[in-house]
Design a protein around this ligand. Structure first.
Ligand code: ADE
Length: 232
């Protein structure tokens, strides 16, 4: 998969690239590129944003700047680009990211992620250049960069070569294998710590009983709408 991020802060993604599962995915032929609109802006002084029409706080990323950056990078009108590859605009009001959406994105050969800053994008960027506005939650981040990393992290772990263990992503939270429920709890050594015991069934070696126990815990968590971390 080719992942392109349009961002005013490309250096943020150096850290992301260095993470083990991301580096593994790159070693398997997946690609992560960044494009900085500031380097393509037709405006003087590297200007990329402007004050909002109608007044209000903050700065808004300009549509003409985004147009020039994407056109320069891809060599096509960004209005057409979104018919050639998924172009996600990260914005708090977008389609909420969930496991189904992640699986859909993981099927794509190429995705572009547009990051807004400050007060976000000129709305015409979302309307005319994006195939999908995407939100990672009903809260406001100071830019789309962390949201883009959330999307890419969730997508990359679905791709072959990213996770060490081939099955790690198959039976995980919200997967089809778990009927869309959150994952069951995991335990490791020691079997008892400060009096907190690992459930006996997990130490029993009975694979079918373990499978049933895990399925039941997963269903419980799904029904409760929690990952089971409620305080006593
Ligand atoms: N940009 C700012 N906040 C965001 C959010 N919650 N999701 C996606 N992009 C964002």
């Amino acid at each position: 998969m080719q992942l392109d991020v349009v961002t005013l802060f490309p250096e943020w993604f150096d850290w992301f690239r260095g993470q083990r599962h991301v580096a593994n995915a790159m070693a398997h032929g997946h690609e992560l590129r960044t494009l900085n609109p500031r380097e393509h802006t037709p405006l003087s002084g590297g200007q990329v944003d402007d004050t909002p029409f109608g007044g209000g706080a903050g700065m808004v990323l300009r549509v003409d700047v985004m147009d020039a950056a994407m056109r320069g990078f891809y060599g096509v009108d960004p209005v057409d680009l979104r018919h050639q590859r998924r172009v996600l605009a990260l914005t708090p009001g977008g389609r909420m990211l969930d496991e189904g959406f992640v699986e859909e994105l993981a099927e794509e050969p190429a995705i572009t992620l547009l990051c807004g800053r400050y007060e976000g994008f000129d709305e015409r960027i979302v309307q005319h250049f994006a195939s999908d506005p995407v939100s990672v939650g009903r809260y406001v981040l100071s830019g789309g960069e962390l949201a883009a990393m959330v999307v890419m992290d969730a997508v990359l772990r679905k791709l072959p070569g990213s996770l060490g263990h081939a099955n790690s992503a198959v039976e995980e939270s919200f997967s089809e294998a778990l009927g869309g429920d959150p994952e069951y709890p995991h335990y490791t050594r020691p079997a008892e710590y400060r009096g907190w015991k690992v459930p006996d069934v997990l130490l029993s070696g009975h694979h079918e009983e373990i499978r049933q126990w895990r399925r039941a815990r997963s269903r419980e968590r799904g029904a409760a709408g929690t990952s089971g971390s409620s305080l006593p």
